[in-house]
Design a protein around this ligand. Structure first.
Ligand SMILES: NC(=O)c1ccc[n+]([C@@H]2O[C@H](COP(=O)([O-])OP(=O)(O)OC[C@H]3O[C@@H](n4cnc5c(N)ncnc54)[C@H](O)[C@@H]3O)[C@@H](O)[C@H]2O)c1
Ligand SMILES: O=C(O)C(=O)C[C@@H](O)[C@H](O)[C@H](O)COP(=O)(O)O
Ligand SMILES: [Zn+2]
Length: 359
């Protein structure tokens, strides 16, 4: 087991990572008046018994439907009602047991229930190495992703890696996309190593734990420098401006799959803006080899634009993108709607040869 510490405005919290770290929950559970586990149906079926084994108290359990649709006001409200009806008090502890959906939702419940109660992230997906760290918690609005949320750090992150063994290829891919993103914005070696894998198999191997640590370190370092996204934390949003738009538009894509496509557009805009070659073709071939679902809709530019116009990075109705001057050198670049729309349309037209563009 390995341990990292993440510094926040409220002190530090530990990330425990590896085999057997669920036991690190014990002191937190002993201190709490009640334990509430929020999880989804899939994780509950596959892994709740493993978690229950280390819970020294009987827990209240709230099980949501798996998937992004659960990051909604309705589900948020239903959980708050459940907590109130069960007289959960301010010294209770919420365990977010699942992927990023459970983590974001349960974290936002914890941030707001009685003005804030303790919660611990117990991530179960690869992608959640990103979502469990950094304290961003949120639910979605139909007009945009994560528009209602808070910065609310967990008391700990307990990353029991053997739980990842049951992930589907789709979920491995999704998590890999956020690792690749971390590589693009700050660690060329991580990026090159990840892109040297032509199948998903290495993710099950020993070397993978080291790459995951590197990716976690990128996230930790960025959020420690700018916890509340006043500046450089926005670089973690590389690929997300367009990624969030297609994730909202095409529900079959997972978050990471959408981000992987969002990165293509960010590389395309980087090339146009800075006249540099960031080897977009190599990146697209890499995604294809790993069977990422790459599809865009050429006739959806207006819808994509509407989603991007609600992005949280925007200022004064201008759309802000994270672009790269080179790998490891991200910058924020602002476009007006009038500037961006033709570039997006041109991108969609040009991509017809590269990715499956639906009409
Ligand atoms: N807060 C942040 O900083 C941050 C960062 C990145 C992503 N996110 C958010 O995270 C969400 C995506 O997270 P995700 O990809 O983990 O999605 P998810 O939570 O929906 O999990 C993906 C799927 O995997 C299943 N699953 C979870 N653990 C499993 C396991 N061990 N074995 C088998 N199946 C398992 C789930 O039931 C679900 O169907 C998005 O809403 C995204 O916006 C937040
Ligand atoms: O931690 C961050 O900051 C990130 O941007 C990480 C992203 O991977 C993540 O998807 C995040 O939820 C996006 O943030 P948002 O502010 O654009 O909703
Ligand atoms: Zn993300």
């Amino acid at each position: 087991m390995k341990q990292l510490q993440v510094k926040t405005h409220q002190g530090e919290y530990p990330i425990y990572i590896g085999d057997g770290c669920l036991n690190e929950l014990t002191p937190f559970i002993q201190k709490a008046t009640q334990v509430v586990v929020i999880t989804d149906e899939t994780v509950y079926e596959l892994h709740y018994q493993t978690l229950a084994h280390v819970l020294s108290k009987e827990a209240l359990v709230y099980v949501i439907k798996p998937g992004e649709a659960s990051k909604s006001f309705e589900v948020y409200h239903a959980i708050q009602t459940f907590l109130i009806q069960n007289q959960v008090d301010r010294k209770a502890l919420i365990l977010a047991f699942g992927g990023g959906v459970v983590g974001d939702l349960a974290g936002f419940v914890a941030a707001t229930y009685m003005r804030g109660i303790d919660f611990i992230q117990v991530p179960t997906t690869l992608l959640a190495h990103d979502s469990a760290v950094g304290g961003k918690v949120a639910i979605n609005h139909e007009l945009g992703k994560n528009l209602i949320g808070a910065f609310y750090p967990p008391k700990a992150v307990i990353y029991e890696l053997p739980l990842l063994a049951t992930l589907s290829d789709k979920e491995w891919r999704s998590g890999l996309a956020e690792m690749v993103k971390h590589g693009f914005i700050s660690d060329e070696v991580l990026l090159k190593t990840l892109m040297s894998f032509h199948t998903l198999d290495p993710l099950q191997e020993e070397i993978f734990a080291a790459l995951l640590m590197q990716s976690l370190m990128v996230k930790k370092n960025v959020v420690e420098m700018d916890e509340f996204e006043k500046g450089s934390r926005a670089f973690l949003n590389f690929g997300h401006t367009f990624g969030h738009a297609i994730e909202l538009d095409e529900k079959s894509l997972s978050h990471g799959e959408a981000v992987a496509i969002g990165i293509i557009f960010a590389l395309y805009l980087s090339k146009k803006t800075f006249k540099i070659d960031l080897a977009i073709d190599d990146y697209i071939s890499y995604l294809k080899q790993l069977n990422f679902p790459l599809f865009l809709k050429a006739d959806r530019a207006t819808q994509y634009m509407n989603y991007m116009l609600h992005d949280k990075k925007n200022e004064q109705h201008q759309i802000r993108f994270v672009l790269l001057k080179e790998v490891g050198n991200p910058v924020l670049v602002t476009f007006s709607e009038e500037e961006l729309k033709p570039m997006l349309q041109q991108f969609l037209n040009e991509m017809t040869k590269e990715v499956r563009v639906c009409h």
